[in-house]
Write a protein that binds this ligand. Structure first.
Ligand SMILES: *Cc1c(COP(=O)(O)O)cnc(C)c1O
Length: 421
């Protein structure tokens, strides 16, 4: 019985890829078992009941569902406190609330991991300072470039922090759409230790997007004071319809709560309008869903390596986020990959993606996504700019069985295109 069939060569490579990834898959299972049980324990410890899944409206005073989920997430992330809200419009918005929550005019931020994710450069005001960015409010930004091997430069970081006073040190865990490796929690620990050794009052904040539940620990368990992420990525488990979270030290989370709503009111208001159930279910499922996304990334890496492409990370390399990139070498193969992947999506499988001029990007970009939640990158999705080396960044997959079909269709389309060309 088979609902999808592929030619003999691809069927053979699929079998070989599945053999190759066995050890990695059992490691993913170990992490996802551990984290799933960590979350279950937090639900039990916090005595979650049906009442927590209810609806609040208006000011949302005394919403026990909202307030208890904050505690659950804090427990799971080894943090003192947390704000998890559907009202954060995106990951960037969540990070923005955290940054503006902590920083004041005259303060300085040092980014320890080179140039940050595209949308965050606008928040710091790295290129343009007059549109409500941190720079517009008199907060200065500086960054330490990565070393030649694309890892953080701890010596330079320490030197800069001993020369000048910084209110915040900022770390981006995921590679985003760059070619640097993502940071393991162990590397983040080394960075936190380095910062605290020379400047103990500097607040360490981590952009944790795409990193949640990929390892057994989170940045807030190894010295980060604050971290934030998006609910249409890992911690929403493919169920949360939107939102974000901020977790960390109590005093910093309170400062963020005052920025999230108003000084003096903070976290006391914010109706959940019926979203509690989705946020609870999503967070509960997240460790398992992240495991499915990791298997999708590992399998893609193995399959495309067998097909002769360079992949990053390699299928058997240690992972710190759910992103995989595959170097497709030319524009036709990149476009073919995205078309194939799209044709295996549960939603909009019949749509044909085309490269387009995306605001804020210098080259045309092609994207494939057929997701239940618009833009959710915990669901199978891929994109890449049409420029050398024609790499595609691939992420998500809320179950491996179906995500694998998307990957095989992408591979088939790439092969067909190559034999044509
Ligand atoms: C996704 C992401 C963000 C936030 O992006 P949004 O599209 O605003 O949710 C920030 N940093 C990194 C590294 C990301 O991957």
């Amino acid at each position: 019985m088979s609902f999808f069939s592929f030619n003999r060569k691809l069927t053979e490579l699929d079998k070989r890829a599945m053999e190759l990834v066995k050890d990695e898959f059992s490691y993913v299972d170990e992490i996802s078992n551990y984290n799933s049980q960590k979350v279950l324990k937090a639900f039990i410890d916090n005595r979650v009941s049906e009442a927590h899944l209810g609806i609040s409206t208006g000011y949302g005073y005394g919403d026990i569902g909202r307030d208890t989920l904050d505690k659950i997430v804090a427990d799971c992330f080894g943090a003192e406190d947390c704000l998890i809200r559907h009202g954060f419009a995106s990951g960037t918005h969540t990070l923005t609330v955290a940054l503006f929550g902590i920083l004041r005019p005259g303060d300085s931020v040092l980014c320890l991991t080179g140039r940050p994710y595209d949308t965050i450069t606008g928040v710091f005001g790295i290129d343009k300072a007059d549109d409500g960015s941190l720079a517009d409010f008199g907060i200065t930004y500086n960054q330490i470039e990565l070393k030649a091997d694309k890892t953080p430069d701890i010596d330079e970081i320490k030197k800069e922090l001993s020369n000048k006073k910084y209110k915040m040190a900022y770390i981006q865990r995921s590679r985003g759409y760059s070619t640097r490796p993502s940071l393991s929690v162990e590397t983040i620990k080394n960075l936190c230790d380095a910062v605290k050794s020379v400047s103990k009052d500097t607040v360490i904040m981590v952009d944790n997007c795409y990193g949640e539940f990929v390892e057994k620990k989170e940045p807030t368990e190894v010295g980060a004071d604050l971290m934030a992420g998006s609910l249409i990525k890992n911690p929403g488990g493919g169920i949360a319809p939107c939102g974000g979270y901020i977790a960390g030290k109590k005093k910093y989370v309170e400062m963020c709560a005052n920025r999230m709503t108003c000084a003096g009111v903070g976290r006391e208001v914010g109706a959940t309008l019926g979203h509690n159930r989705e946020l609870y279910m999503g967070f509960f499922s997240s460790p398992h869903i992240v495991g499915e996304a990791l298997k999708t990334a590992i399998y893609s890496s193995a399959l495309f390596e067998l097909l002769g492409f360079e992949t990053n990370p390699k299928y058997n390399e240690k992972r710190a986020d759910i992103i995989e990139s595959i170097i497709l070498k030319n524009d036709k193969s990149l476009i073919a990959f995205c078309k194939g992947l799209q044709s295996g999506s549960p939603i909009d499988s019949f749509v044909v993606p085309e490269p387009w001029e995306m605001p804020g990007y210098t080259d045309k970009v092609i994207m494939a996504a057929g997701a239940f939640t618009l833009g959710a990158s915990i669901e199978l999705s891929a994109d890449g700019p049409l420029r050398e080396p024609f790499a595609v960044w691939l992420q998500g997959g809320i179950n491996f069985s179906t995500a694998k079909v998307g990957i095989l269709l992408a591979a088939e389309t790439v092969i067909k295109n190559e034999s044509k060309g």
